[in-house]
Design a protein around this ligand. Structure first.
Ligand SMILES: Nc1ncnc2c1ncn2[C@@H]1O[C@H](COP(=O)(O)OP(=O)(O)OP(=O)(O)O)[C@@H](O)[C@H]1O
Length: 599
């Protein structure tokens, strides 16, 4: 199965996911079914031997020698059937597991391939939760479905089918009696399903609520501990737990009662008792002999196990459908438009232009409207504005975390949509507020964008980012694994991410509140590193502190998604608009030197 193979266009999510391996699964189910039928042959064998011994004892049809021979042949046939049956069941399980392995391998690769093409802006914390759920939990659920469901259905239906055929072949009247509990079982099962359907919605809603409040509660524990009070998160959690307990009670009470009745109908004691009672009656009225009753006593009670198994499997099918739905949703995540070979263009120069750019996260709310500006090569542009004005969104558009809803952004005259992502990141580097280091050595983390970099180049980048000495002091130096050998502070992580950007040596750099996660010492180290690195590059800085950018070539003042003022620091102060108000509010008058020397 190639990862490029499209999944079949079917509305049923399970069918869609299992489509490519359905043939194999059906073969597995048939093998399991046939195998199970054969393993039940010894029961018929026992009944047959009893029949030979007792039914023929009063007749002279068979000699002792014949009886012995027939018993031996019955034993041999039973043993052979058991072994062949087990071999077939094993082959069925193997086929199902190999098919499952193929499917999960395909799904994992397909999800990763898809995620490699989705916009970076999609990777929010909600999305990473979804990926974890789909990649681990849901694929594990689908594994159970593919590897076990079909063979289990095969085993259950094989056992049922062979038992029913065998019993009817022996005596249709006794067969009907032995199967009488079945309609009762189905009736109670149906009522149980109906009752669970009625309460399912409430149950699931309360379960989801408890999950979300648990996250809220756990993340709020430090606050609760620090202030010694039980806050809103605690009472929300308490309420969610109480509500869930009530919903659980309402959901399970009728279900448990009805399922207990359903199980009681087909439990071996019920079926055996019924077969014995009616069998005794049949013997008394001369319809059957005790030996003829024996197969019913041996086989009929065994019908309950496959029935209960089938019921459990049908229940599992519900959660598998949800899992398949989520995996498919992930595989259908919208991807970032990539230029085809003919569309690819090479930028001439590094000038960046925002032309009538608008962006909306949702239909109801526009984060940016009609943004126009130019980043001239080698200049510093700062974006300032109140919280929520759209500063980060603007920077993310330049990095193609997502594409503008309207308008376009060009680099060297080429629309970013016509540039290959790798080409884009060769031209534009970024150091964002939220630093992501991977679980790998510091060396690999720095060389993430350029794995071919030499040790000398990596060290030079680390030196320029003021993190080289700190790395050397680690037990394994550059080989120290992040999160395992070393826990880096926020500021240190930021310097590693600066080293990463330095190694790529991009002509354009986007900085988003690069010093937000640091203490004073780290801040100085970061500012020094940045000032060296940003010399001569085109810089787009997003800053909350206006004093860090007052020497910028141009400052864009964003408010409510639009640029309302634009110009140099002095020019904007003279306008006495929002910038002046923000400057006054920041009380920067006493600070004379900028924090980012390059600005
Ligand atoms: N992933 C998202 N989904 C939906 N809306 C978002 C998302 N990210 C930001 N927004 C909204 O878009 C608007 C602009 O947000 P943005 O983060 O760009 O502002 P900002 O100026 O960088 O704010 P801050 O200075 O507080 O970081 C806000 O109204 C915000 O609520």
């Amino acid at each position: 199965m190639s990862t490029n193979t499209p999944l079949t266009q079917s509305k049923n999510p399970i069918r869609q996911v299992l489509g490519p391996i359905r043939g194999r699964l059906i073969i597995a189910a048939l093998l399991a079914s046939l195998g199970t039928m054969l393993t039940l042959v010894p029961l018929a064998g026992i009944a047959h031997i009893a029949n030979i011994l007792f039914a023929n004892a009063d007749t002279t049809k068979l000699t002792i020698g014949h009886i012995e021979t027939e018993i031996w042949w019955t034993v041999i046939a039973s043993v052979v059937c058991v072994f062949v049956g087990m071999a077939l069941m094993l082959a069925g399980e193997l086929t199902a597991h190999l098919a499952d392995n193929r499917m999960t391998h395909y799904l994992r690769l397909a999800v990763i391939q898809r995620l490699a093409q989705v916009p970076l802006g999609w990777f929010t914390s909600r999305a990473s939760g979804e990926v974890k759920q789909a990649m681990q939990d849901d694929i594990a659920t689908l594994h159970s479905l593919a590897a076990h469901f079909y063979t289990a259905v095969g085993r259950a239906s094989g056992a049922l089918l062979v038992s029913v055929i065998y019993l009817f072949a022996l005596d249709w009247r006794m067969a009907i009696i032995a199967l009488l509990p079945l309609p009762g079982f189905l009736l109670f099962l149906r009522r149980a399903m109906q009752s669970s359907d009625v309460n399912m919605h409430e149950f699931v809603t309360r379960l989801e609520r408890i999950n979300s409040t648990t996250t809220e509660f756990v993340s709020g524990i430090p606050v609760v501990k620090a202030f010694g009070v039980n806050g809103q998160a605690h009472s929300n959690y308490q309420k969610a737990v109480d509500d869930f307990a009530q919903a659980f009670d309402r959901f399970t009470r009728p279900l448990v009662a009805l399922m207990a009745h359903a199980h009681a109908m087909v439990t071996p004691v019920t079926v055996l008792g019924l077969a014995l009672a009616v069998g005794t009656l049949f013997i008394a009225i001369g319809w059957m002999t005790p030996v003829e009753i024996l197969p019913f006593v041996l086989v009929a009670p065994g019908i309950c196990a496959p029935l209960l198994l089938l019921h459990t499997l049908l229940h599992d099918l519900g959660s598998a459908a949800g899992a398949a739905q989520r995996v498919l949703a992930l595989l259908e995540t919208p991807i970032l438009e990539q230029p085809n070979h003919n569309q690819q263009q090479l930028p001439s120069g590094h000038e960046i232009r925002f032309e009538s750019v608008s962006y909306a996260y949702s239909d109801s709310h526009r984060a940016l409207s009609n943004i126009n500006f130019t980043l001239k090569p080698g200049t510093v542009t700062a974006i300032v504005g109140p919280s929520g004005a759209g500063k980060s969104t603007l920077a993310k558009l330049l990095l193609r975390f997502f594409d503008p809803t309207q308008g376009c952004i060009t680099l060297g005259g080429v629309d970013l949509r016509h540039l290959e992502t790798s080409a884009l990141y060769r031209h534009i580097g970024f150091v964002l507020q939220e630093v992501r280091l991977i679980h790998a050595s510091i060396r690999d983390n720095i060389a993430l964008g350029r794995p071919s970099a030499s040790q000398q180049e990596i060290e030079d980048a680390a030196r320029a980012a003021n993190i080289h000495e700190r790395i050397l002091a680690l037990p394994h130096g550059y080989s120290s694994v992040v999160g395992e050998d070393v826990q880096l502070s926020g500021g240190e992580q930021q310097r590693v991410s600066i080293a990463r950007a330095i190694l790529l040596d991009p002509p354009v750099l986007v900085l988003d509140e690069a010093t937000a996660a640091t203490d004073a010492g780290n801040e100085v180290a970061i500012q020094e590193a940045l000032s060296r690195f940003t010399q001569g590059r085109t810089l787009l800085v997003i800053a909350h502190r206006l004093d860090t950018v007052k020497h910028a070539d141009q400052i864009l003042v964003l408010d409510n998604g639009t640029i309302i003022e634009q110009g140099s620091h002095q020019h904007l102060l003279a306008q006495r608009g929002l910038y002046t108000r923000l400057w006054t509010l920041g009380d920067y008058a006493t600070i004379t030197e900028p924090k980012v020397p390059s600005c």
